[in-house]
Design a protein around this ligand. Structure first.
Ligand SMILES: [Zn+2]
Length: 257
C-alpha cells in the first residue's frame, strides 16, 4: 500500500488530471444514449450479460485485461478466449483494461506503456484495432501521468463513478454509474436515466459479473434486464462506447458544417 505521503501525492495528481488532457465531446443529438460496460469481462457477463443486451437488440463494451483471460478472479471464472471471440462475433466491443489488471496511477511511464502495449498486442490477436481502442482504468485509478499517456493512445478512457454526462463528455475521463449489488453512488440509476433522457445526455453504466447472487461489484441478470428495458422505454439509444462516440461525433460534425 502507498504510504500517506504518496497517497497525498496521488490525490493531488488525480485532482490535476481532472483539469488536464481533456478532450471534450459535445453531446448535441436528438436523443440520449445509455452504454452498458463490463469491467474484467467475467464469464457471467460474457454469457448472461451479453444475452440480456442482445435480447433487446443492443450491444455492450467489455473491458478486457489479457492477464485475466482463462483465470479465476476472486473465485469466479473470468472470460475465456472463446468468450471474447463470441462477443466480437455477436457485435459487442472489446476495450483495454491494462494487461495485468493493475492500478495505473502508481506505475512509471515506461511501466504503463509496457502494460498497454502488451494488452494491445493481446487484443490484436482477436482482430481488435488498437487505433480505435477504448480504455477503462482498472479500479478507476487514474492520475496526471496516466491520463497524459492514455489520452494519446485511446479513443476514450473511462474512470469509475461520477454520474451521467450532459452537454459535454471528457473522452479522456468518461464517468460512470456503478450498477453494483451494493450501491456506491449517491444517485441511483433511475434518477440518472430520467435526467439523461430529458437532457439528451450520455449515461455510461459499469458493472462486473452478471449472476445470481452477484458479487458486490456485479449485478443480477434481472436487474440488468430492467435497466436496459428502462433505458429503451425512456427513449434512449443503447450503444456500446465506440458506437456511442461515433453517434455523438456525427451530430457534432453536422453542427460544425
Ligand atoms: Zn477491473
Amino acid at each position: 500500500m502507498p504510504d500517506s505521503a504518496s497517497k497525498l501525492a496521488l490525490r493531488i495528481s488525480r485532482r490535476l488530471a481532472q483539469h488536464a488532457y481533456k478532450e471534450m465531446l459535445p453531446l448535441c443529438a436528438d436523443i440520449g444514449v445509455v452504454s452498458f460496460t463490463f469491467d474484467d469481462a467475467p464469464a457471467s457477463a460474457c454469457e448472461a450479460g451479453a444475452r440480456t443486451l442482445e435480447r433487446h437488440g443492443a450491444r455492450g463494451t467489455f473491458y478486457v485485461a489479457g492477464g485475466l483471460t482463462g483465470s479465476l478472479e476472486e473465485g469466479k471464472p473470468c472470460h475465456t478466449r472463446d468468450h471474447l471471440l463470441a462477443l466480437l462475433a455477436a457485435g459487442h466491443e472489446l476495450g483495454c483494461h491494462s494487461y495485468s489488471h493493475i492500478r495505473c496511477d502508481t506505475l512509471t511511464a515506461p511501466e504503463l506503456e509496457r502494460e498497454l502495449d502488451r494488452n494491445a498486442a493481446f487484443l490484436a490477436e482477436f482482430g481488435v484495432d488498437s487505433a480505435t481502442l477504448d480504455f477503462a482504468y482498472p479500479f478507476g485509478a487514474y492520475a496526471y501521468n496516466a491520463k497524459r499517456i492514455c489520452s494519446k493512445r485511446f479513443r476514450s478512457s473511462r474512470i469509475t463513478g461520477g454520474g451521467a454526462h450532459e452537454d459535454y463528455a471528457d473522452l479522456n475521463a468518461l464517468k460512470t454509474h456503478r450498477l453494483y449489488d451494493i450501491a456506491v453512488d449517491a444517485e441511483d440509476y433511475e434518477t440518472l436515466l430520467e435526467r439523461t433522457s430529458r437532457q439528451k445526455g450520455w449515461l455510461i453504466v459499469n458493472t462486473h459479473d452478471v449472476e445470481n447472487p452477484p458479487s458486490r461489484y456485479g449485478t443480477t441478470p434481472e436487474r440488468l434486464e430492467r435497466a436496459i428495458a428502462a433505458a429503451l422505454a425512456a427513449g434512449c439509444k443503447v450503444l456500446p462506447v465506440n458506437a456511442a462516440i461515433d453517434y455523438w461525433q456525427q451530430y457534432a460534425n453536422a453542427a460544425d458544417a
